[in-house]
Design a protein around this ligand. Structure first.
Ligand code: CA
Length: 167
């Protein structure tokens, strides 16, 4: 399981713990297999106070684009959801998104904690801030071009998605 929590804490599938401070949307998961898949998250400064109260969550897989940009646990109406393969349920404090066909589950507390589970079919086929899921902890910090990095801040910056939060 990969876990992201608070405004900067990350734990990869392979168990690397690191901090990354950034304002932009970042790739938690990106598939390097033949299925196009990504999970991105962005810190939200809800009260313009500098305090991060929530993350926005974006899941793209197959034909679906699922956007959570508030704390309701309901996807933004602009989302495109393949209901055959995407199941969203709210259970207690968590919103759970099961991508059943793809063996991926995302658990989000509608605040800043996101857990991602991926089935064994994804081992060694992922990249992003959740790491490559090859069961080795030492090789996590790689750029999208598969270059090794020495600091978590460089690692995080390398996985920034195009849109920044400051507009
Ligand atoms: Ca690894």
């Amino acid at each position: 399981m990969c876990t992201v929590y608070g405004d900067r804490h990350y734990r990869t599938f392979d168990g690397l713990l690191f901090d990354y401070i950034g304002d932009c949307k970042v790739y938690l998961l990106k598939s390097s297999a033949n299925v196009t898949m990504s999970v991105t998250a962005e810190n939200v400064d809800c009260f313009e106070s500098g305090v991060i109260c929530r993350k926005s969550l974006f899941i793209s897989i197959g034909q679906s684009i699922i956007v959570f940009d508030d704390d309701s646990g309901k996807p933004n109406p602009s989302s495109v959801i393949d209901r055959q393969n995407v199941h969203i349920l709210n259970a207690g404090y968590f919103t759970i998104i099961h991508l059943t066909q793809y063996e991926i589950s995302v658990l989000w507390d509608r605040k800043t904690t996101i857990h991602i589970q991926a089935g064994p079919q994804w081992q060694g086929k992922l990249s992003g801030l959740c790491g490559n899921f090859d069961l080795k902890t030492v090789n996590e910090m790689k750029t999208p071009d598969n270059m090794d990095l020495s600091t978590s801040q460089e690692f995080g910056n390398s996985w920034t998605a195009a849109e920044a939060s400051h507009t």
